[in-house]
Design a protein around this ligand. Structure first.
Ligand code: NAG
Ligand code: NAG
Ligand code: NAG
Ligand code: NAG
Ligand code: NAG
Ligand code: NAG
Ligand code: NAG
Length: 800
């Protein structure tokens, strides 16, 4: 096999082990080998020579099919054309003209991806529509608006996926969900997606041919839920073995995936050999790239894979991903790097700068010494949830990259380890593939709210402005945001959650969303109060040490005794908690619970549940152990009489939910429309899905303009999702403080206070459960169902 190459991380990992994840490489195995390239940027021409193998007509037809899936009723209003010659060479261009020749929206693109990208551009900026992983907002005006625009991408490529995404988010996806994702990619201009599904099936064939036994392979492959780490060589056999039916199904799925990707004119990036081998092959699990066998196996794999899947000449490979090299001796690493590099002609390596939004590497490596690279936003480590992003830092880093002398930037990309969180950041990042200057984030936030919810309600725009400048504007250079007190393993040495944002901003945004959900307008008054009292802080404080202090000053002034908008039981309760915690905890210290506080809490409890507990009874406990054991038994019973009787019965729990008033107005609506649970789920029955879409659109009057949609915001899946998401952020914030206080009270043997903090925490967890239970987007059920859907027999069903 000509030109089979291998590659590895080329970051200088012995200097910064943390950055091991950050740089990997794609190998281009070219048909045009031997091309003598003499211009200063040889890769430019080389990359230009890579052409889609799908005809323009077929690409246009694929986009037509996408339109039918996305807009079943409006697809006929669009005319799609693909013509690679309509824009400058080596980049992508789309042109939209509406009304076009026959009154239609005429869309032309240099590829299927470019045309689809143009369609989303039109939907976003002319129809105020929105498409995201979990939910769309596609209420289009009766008459499609006129538009004339041409847009050319900044770069050759838009890359997507991390080698971990397949495990954190996509592991159980069937074809329906993959199809939806590939549509999403096309609509966002992504033309260089990772395609890693089913590679174990290929490995199985390769190793079997090499004489490795089934038993040895069973010990080698990690199970379905752990494939990413098995591939990287971090683990072996864990959660396995893989069944023959798994291999069969995943390989069939992979064929569908790459076929569809190519139909849009994308270049799927296939896996390559990274050195992780079954024990039966040699005496090692990780083959040294200098070993001749490395080349042999790598070739055999590429050969087998391309015979099944074809090739677009892009392969992804990283040798030391999430693992420590056998030696950290610079000479060893240098020799490994040299061995790999030697096998490649310059210009055949495409580097992914994996977390450029926060820790770009190209600038300390002279733009990879002349090799092309892609500027990627990683953002999410470990598939964690929560609201986080660093919009200003991202924009600054992007600008710097474009200005860097002799920069070899050829694309932008998304490399999250898990998806389905922080939609706004990915939407934002995708736009940097065509924007020539940084957008005004404040006005962008308003536009985003309008598109996401299909409403002009100023409260929504304001909420997103606040979120974008607070939780989404971390300037502390925190890489990993997912480690909240509430979700880390319980222990007695907890550290407070890192707060990089103005808590007031997030609370105000939350309040605005809740008021929209309740159809009330008084949040604006509240928001104005806060805005006034907050004028001294126009920006969140970015110095961690001081951020508590600063926010406190604001908090004290921002919570007037009379809060006109706060009339939902739980919301008021949590606002009280936040006010207490964040206005008294200078430097993040935990306030010692004293008698007065206990009374306050008791008061809150009473107000909230309408239930007076017998404090005197609980004063009787004299030792920690009996207090703890009693707390466990009594707390739910004393504070959740309804919960007690309904424990274990789902319908009654949801009744308890209503009783608890947990932002019920906004969320109860979601119960109905969240029957869309399986809409993008795996192995969907397509005809059922069509019926569901039809029903949804029939029930909608679809009147002109935004006014008509102004009233139905609370029925938008996008809104319901965000309401749960922002509320969860608040509960997490409060919950973190509750855990800290619990631990403090435990350590200090303050028994009454310990009981109180325990009860509060337990109640918060119940609230969190109830809250998340209102939206399938946050539940494990889909995941479990999807995994079981892979089972072809009872025997296989059980482990899945
Ligand atoms: C416009 O309609 C005519 C008649 O149906 C058709 O021949 C022509 O191809 C259409 N043009 C475009 C750009 O769709
Ligand atoms: C887009 O480009 C086409 C072809 O070059 C040109 O005819 C058209 O006027 C352009 N449209 C706009 C809005 O610039
Ligand atoms: C896998 O597919 C092959 C060919 O399609 C078939 O012969 C084989 O029985 C299948 N194996 C399983 C376990 O489904
Ligand atoms: C950029 O490239 C040119 C041509 O190779 C070279 O003369 C110049 O020194 C480079 N600039 C920097 C800052 O590396
Ligand atoms: C950005 O937009 C906001 C509101 O949309 C506006 O008030 C502000 O002046 C804009 N900033 C710049 C620099 O244009
Ligand atoms: C939507 O509703 C909000 C709040 O009631 C109102 O301020 C706004 O003007 C409305 N927008 C339209 C387009 O009617
Ligand atoms: C899909 O659903 C339709 C209507 O419910 C049914 O007739 C058809 O058999 C189903 N197809 C599959 C493959 O389950």
């Amino acid at each position: 096999m000509e030109g089979t190459k291998k590659c590895q991380i080329i970051s200088r990992s012995w200097i910064q082990p943390m950055l091991l994840l950050v740089v990997i490489a794609l190998v281009l195995v070219g048909e045009v080998a031997g091309n003598v390239l003499e211009d200063p940027q040889p890769w430019e021409r080389y990359l230009r020579d890579i052409k889609s193998q799908t005809s323009p007509e077929d690409q246009a037809e694929a986009v037509g099919e996408l339109l039918k899936r996305l807009l079943p009723e409006r697809a006929k209003d669009f005319v799609v054309r693909v013509d690679p010659s309509i824009g400058p060479e080596g980049r992508d261009t789309f042109m939209v003209n509406s009304p076009g020749v026959n009154g239609s929206v005429d869309v032309a693109g240099t590829s299927g991806v470019a045309a689809a990208w143009g369609i989303l551009h039109y939907l976003k900026y002319y129809c105020n529509a929105h498409v995201s992983w979990e939910a769309d907002q596609l209420d289009l005006p009766e008459t499609l608006p006129s538009a004339q625009f041409n847009v050319t991408s900044n770069d050759r490529f838009r890359y997507y996926q991390n080698v971990c995404t397949v495990s954190y988010s996509m592991v159980w996806w069937g074809w329906q969900r993959w199809q939806r994702e590939i549509d999403w990619m096309a609509l966002n201009g992504i033309n260089l997606p990772l395609a890693f599904t089913g590679q174990e099936a290929i490995w199985h064939r390769v190793y079997t041919k090499m004489g490795i036994t089934q038993a040895e392979l069973d010990e080698h492959f990690a199970g379905p839920a752990f494939l990413a780490w098995g591939r990287m060589g971090n683990i072996r056999g864990w959660g396995g073995p893989l069944t023959p039916s798994w291999h069969n199904q995943t390989l069939a799925l992979q064929k569908q995936i790459v076929t569809r990707m190519r139909l849009f004119g994308m270049f799927p990036v296939l896996p390559a050999f990274a050195g992780h081998v079954p024990a039966g092959l040699t005496r090692t699990y990780l083959l040294d790239p200098n070993d001749p066998l490395f080349q042999t196996i790598g070739s055999a794999f590429i050969q087998e894979m391309t015979s099944v899947l074809g090739s677009d000449h892009f392969y992804n490979c990283d040798t030391f991903n999430e693992m420590t090299p056998t030696s950290s001796d610079p000479d060893y690493l240098k020799s490994v790097g040299a061995a790999i590099y030697e096998a490649m002609t310059k210009g055949r390596l495409l580097v992914l700068d994996l977390a450029s939004e926060i820790a770009p590497q190209y600038n300390r490596l002279e733009s990879y010494f002349g090799q092309p690279f892609i500027f990627c936003m990683l953002l999410d480590y470990g598939g964690v949830n929560g609201l986080f992003g660093n919009v200003d830092v991202l924009l600054k880093n992007m600008e710097d990259a474009r200005k860097f002398p002799n920069v070899t930037l050829v694309g932008t990309g998304l490399t999250p380890e898990g998806i389905n969180q922080n939609y706004v950041m990915y939407d934002f990042m995708n736009e940097l593939g065509w924007r020539s200057t940084s957008p005004n984030v404040s006005s962008w936030a308003i536009d985003y709210a309008r598109r996401r919810y299909g409403s002009d309600d100023p409260r929504l725009g304001r909420a997103w402005q606040l979120l974008m400048r607070s939780v989404y504007n971390d300037a502390t250079h925190t890489l990993n945001h997912g480690q909240y007190v509430l979700v880390t393993r319980p222990h007695l040495d907890v550290k407070p959650d890192k707060i990089w944002y103005s808590v007031v901003d997030v609370i105000t945004a939350w309040d605005l969303l809740i008021n929209v959900a309740k159809g009330e307008n008084n949040a604006e008054i509240f928001a104005e109060d806060i805005a006034e009292s907050k004028q001294s802080i126009s920006k969140p404080n970015t110095e961690t040490e001081d951020s508590y202090g600063d926010h406190n000053a604001v908090l004290d002034r921002s919570f007037p005794q009379e809060q006109p908008s706060l009339n939902i039981g739980s919301q008021e309760f949590y606002l009280d908690k936040i006010k207490q915690d964040f206005s008294n905890n200078k430097n993040g210290e935990i306030r010692q619970m004293n008698h007065r506080n206990t009374q306050e809490l008791q008061h809150n409890r009473v107000r909230r549940s309408g239930f007076v507990s017998n404090t005197a009874d609980r004063m009787e406990y004299t030792d920690k152990a009996s207090a703890l054991s009693q707390i466990g038994k009594n707390s739910l019973n004393s504070f959740h009489p309804r919960f007690e009787t309904s424990m274990g019965k789902e319908d009654e729990i949801s009744e308890a939910n209503m009783d608890r008033k947990l932002i019920r107005d906004g969320i109860s609506a979601s119960t109905e429309s969240n029957k869309r649970t399986g809409k993008y789920g795996p192995q969907e029955n397509e005809s059922e899905m069509d019926v569901e879409m039809e029903l949804e659109s029939n029930s909608d009057p679809r009147k002109n303009g935004l006014e008509a949609r102004n009233k139905s915001v609370t029925n938008q899946a996008t809104f319901q999702h965000d309401l749960v998401d922002v509320t969860r952020q608040i509960l997490q914030l409060v919950g973190g403080q509750m855990v800290l206080r619990l631990v403090q009270n435990y350590n200090n043997n303050v028994l009454l206070a310990l009981q109180e903090s325990h009860i509060l925490l337990q109640e918060l967890l119940v609230d969190l459960d109830l809250l998340l239970g209102t939206s399938p987007d946050f539940l494990l059920g889909r995941w479990v169902d999807a995994s079981a859907s892979w089972a072809t027999s009872e025997k296989v069903h059980k482990p899945l």
